[in-house]
Design a protein. Structure first.
Length: 589
C-alpha cells in the first residue's frame, strides 16, 4: 500500500507540478515586486497582490494544461517542452494584460512593469525547476550509463528515447537523406557516413539499431564497429506492442525479408481448413504449425513421433483458440497413420517429417530410407486415398545432384510426389536450403562452441550454404502451396549463398570472444556447394521469391518396382543410384 503511494502516475505527477508551480509563481511574483521597488515595497502596492497572484496562477495552470505540460515526466523535459512553456506564459500573461486593461481602476495601484519582470522570473524559475532533474539524470547517465549511439530512426525510436533507462545517447545516425539534419526530441540526426569519425573521437560503449536494414548495412555496421572493439550491439524490436532490445544476432545479418510475401493469398489457402502437419514438433514443422494457426485454420492435427517435441508445441498452443490435436505416431507405420486420416479427415497435409542430419543419415542408411522414402510414400498414398485437397511436401536443396543419402532420399520423394496418380489431390513439393536456428543448422552448434569458449569448427574454407529464417521459409512454403495446381516442384529464392567460414567469423565478432576457426575436413555425404536449381530453364511464378522446376517424368509402375527393390536390396546405395542417376556419393575424406 505504502509502495503504491509513492509510485508515479499521471494524477500524482500533475498535482506535484501544480503545487510547485503555485509556490514558485508566488516566489516569482513577490520577487518581481521586490525588484521593481528595490525590495522596499509600499503597503499600498500589496493591497491587490493576492488577487493578482490568484488570477495569474489560474491562467498559467490553465495554459500549462492546454499544452499538456503536466503530462510530461520530469526527466523528459526538453527543448520541445520549453517552447510549450514559453507559449503558455505568453498566453497567460497576454490574457492577464487584457484583463488588466479592461478592468479600469480595479487593480490600481499596480505597476505594469511587474508583469514583465514576473514573466521573465516565472519562465526562469519554472523552467529551471522542470529541467533540473533532466540535467541531473543526463549527468548521471554520462557517469553510470552506457554511452551509446542510435543507428536509424523508426516509429519506435522516440518511444525508446523516452523510456530508456540504460543508455546515455550520445548521437543518432541515419542513412536516409530525408531524415539527416532533422531533430528527434533534442537530438539532431547525423549522416551515417560520419559514424566512423565519431567512433574515432569518442569511446562508445554500445550501439542500438532502431530500424530494419538489409544485409549490406548490417555487415557494414558490424565491420565498422568491430574495428573499434564495440561488441554490445542491440536491435530495437516490437513484441506484443512492447518496445524492447535484443542483441544483434547472426539471424539479423542473414535475414532476407522477402518483399513479395502475400499474406492474403496464404490466408485464403489456410482459412477454415483442417490441416495435418507431420513432424509438427520439429523446428520447421513447429513454425508451420504456428503460421497455420495464425492464418486461422479451423483445426490443426500435430503429428510427431517425438514425445518431447510434440509436448513442447502442444503446450505452446494450449492458450490458443484454434482446436489442435496431438498425435504421437511414426509415419513409417501405415496402418496407424491411416486411422489418423480417417479420424480427423484433413483437407490439407503438410509433410515436414524427415531425417535431415547428413552425417547421421550416412551412418543409418536403412533407417533413413524407411523414414524419408517409405514414410513419405505412406503420407502421399493415404492423402490420395482419403481425398485430401492438397499435400505439401517439404524438400531440400540437398536433393539437387545429391552427394549424400539424405539428399537422395528427398529427391526420390520429389519424384514420387510428381508421378503418383493423385486423383483429386493436388501434390506440390517445395525445396529450400538451410533455415536459421533449425535443429540441424550449423548456427546452434557455433553458438554452443562460443558459450564454451571453444574454437569454431568448419569443415572446409570454401564451403557455402543458402540460409533463410524459419519464419520466412515457412511463409513462402505456404504461399507456394497456395498457387500450386499439382505435380509442381517449387524452389524458394534463398538469395546469395553464404560462406560458412565468413559466418563463423561474424559470430565470433558478435560474441567478442577470443577464439579461432578450425577446419576439420568435409564429412561423409557433404559437398562444398549446395544447389537449388538443376538448370536455368526453370520458370518464375507470379512471385519473384518462388520458382517452379520442370517436372521429372518417371513411369509410376517402374518407380514402384524400383522402390520395392530398394526395400529388400542388400546394396541400398546401388538402388538409390539407379533411381537417381545424378547421385554421386561422397563418402568423406
Amino acid at each position: 500500500m505504502i509502495k503504491n503511494l509513492y509510485k508515479p502516475d499521471p494524477f500524482k505527477r500533475s498535482m506535484f507540478y501544480i503545487i510547485f508551480d503555485i509556490i514558485l509563481s508566488l516566489f516569482s511574483l513577490y520577487s518581481a515586486y521586490g525588484l521593481r521597488f528595490n525590495f522596499e515595497i509600499s503597503s499600498q502596492y500589496l493591497e491587490q497582490f493576492w488577487i493578482i497572484f490568484f488570477i495569474i496562477v489560474i491562467l498559467k495552470i490553465s495554459a500549462f494544461s492546454f499544452y499538456h505540460l503536466y503530462q510530461v515526466a520530469w526527466r523528459f523535459f526538453s527543448l520541445h517542452e520549453a517552447k510549450k512553456m514559453l507559449y503558455s506564459h505568453i498566453f497567460a500573461y497576454g490574457l492577464f494584460s487584457m484583463i488588466f486593461l479592461l478592468s479600469g481602476d480595479f487593480f490600481n495601484p499596480f505597476p505594469r512593469s511587474v508583469i514583465i519582470i514576473d514573466f521573465i522570473l516565472s519562465m526562469l524559475t519554472l523552467g529551471i525547476f522542470r529541467i533540473s532533474k533532466r540535467l541531473y539524470i543526463e549527468n548521471m547517465k554520462k557517469i553510470q550509463f552506457k554511452k551509446s549511439i542510435l543507428i536509424g530512426v523508426s516509429g519506435f525510436t522516440q518511444t525508446f528515447l523516452k523510456n530508456n533507462e540504460e543508455h546515455y545517447i550520445y548521437a543518432i545516425f541515419d542513412d536516409d537523406e530525408r531524415m539527416v539534419g532533422s531533430y528527434i526530441i533534442e537530438y539532431k540526426i547525423k549522416d551515417i557516413k560520419y559514424l566512423e569519425s565519431i567512433l574515432k573521437q569518442e569511446e562508445i560503449d554500445s550501439i542500438v539499431i532502431t530500424k530494419s536494414y538489409e544485409h549490406e548495412m548490417f555487415n557494414y555496421l558490424l565491420d565498422t564497429l568491430s574495428k573499434y572493439n564495440i561488441n554490445d550491439i542491440q536491435i530495437l524490436q516490437l513484441n506484443n506492442k512492447v518496445v524492447s532490445l535484443k542483441p544483434l544476432g547472426v539471424e539479423d545479418l542473414l535475414a532476407r525479408n522477402p518483399k513479395d510475401l502475400d499474406s492474403k493469398k496464404i490466408e485464403d489457402f489456410i482459412y477454415g481448413k483442417r490441416v495435418l502437419i507431420t513432424g509438427a514438433g520439429g523446428s520447421i514443422g513447429s513454425e508451420l504449425v504456428r503460421q497455420v494457426v495464425k492464418f486461422k485454420a479451423s483445426e490443426v492435427i500435430l503429428l510427431d513421433h517425438s514425445e518431447y517435441n510434440l509436448y513442447k508445441i502442444s503446450e505452446e498452443l494450449s492458450i490458443n483458440d484454434t482446436p489442435t490435436y496431438s498425435v504421437m505416431q511414426n509415419i513409417r507405420f501405415k496402418d496407424d497413420l491411416e486411422r489418423t486420416f480417417k479420424k480427423y479427415k484433413p483437407q490439407i497435409v503438410i509433410h515436414a517429417a524427415a531425417y535431415k542430419h547428413v552425417p547421421l543419415v550416412e551412418d543409418n542408411i536403412e533407417e533413413a530410407i524407411n523414414n524419408n522414402i517409405f514414410g513419405t510414400k505412406n503420407v502421399i498414398d493415404l492423402s490420395v486415398d482419403n481425398g485430401v485437397e492438397k499435400l505439401v511436401l517439404i524438400s531440400t536443396d540437398k536433393a539437387v545432384r545429391p552427394t549424400n543419402v539424405m539428399g537422395t532420399t528427398k529427391r526420390i520423394c520429389e519424384l514420387y510426389a510428381q508421378n503418383v496418380p493423385s486423383k483429386t489431390t493436388q501434390i506440390v513439393a517445395v525445396r529450400f536450403g538451410n533455415v536459421l536456428g533449425s535443429s540441424g543448422s550449423v548456427i546452434p552448434k557455433f553458438q554452443e562452441q562460443l558459450d564454451k569458449n571453444q574454437n569454431l569448427t568448419v569443415t572446409h574454407p570454401d564451403i557455402t550454404r543458402y540460409f533463410m529464417l524459419i519464419s520466412e521459409a515457412c511463409a513462402l512454403v505456404l504461399q507456394a502451396a497456395s498457387i500450386g495446381k499439382g505435380s509442381e516442384l517449387f524452389v524458394l529464392d534463398m538469395g546469395e549463398p553464404v560462406k560458412i567460414a565468413n559466418l563463423a567469423k561474424k559470430m565470433i565478432e558478435l560474441s567478442g570472444k577470443n577464439v579461432e576457426i578450425e577446419f576439420t575436413g568435409l564429412r561423409a555425404g557433404e559437398k562444398l556447394y549446395e544447389e537449388l536449381l538443376i538448370s536455368q530453364s526453370d520458370k518464375k511464378t507470379e512471385y519473384d521469391s518462388i520458382m517452379v522446376v520442370k517436372a521429372t517424368k518417371y513411369e509410376y509402375e517402374l518407380l514402384l518396382k524400383d522402390l520395392e527393390h530398394l526395400k529388400v536390396a542388400e546394396d541400398k546405395l546401388l538402388v538409390l543410384k539407379k533411381i537417381v542417376p545424378e547421385f554421386i556419393h561422397n563418402s568423406g575424406n
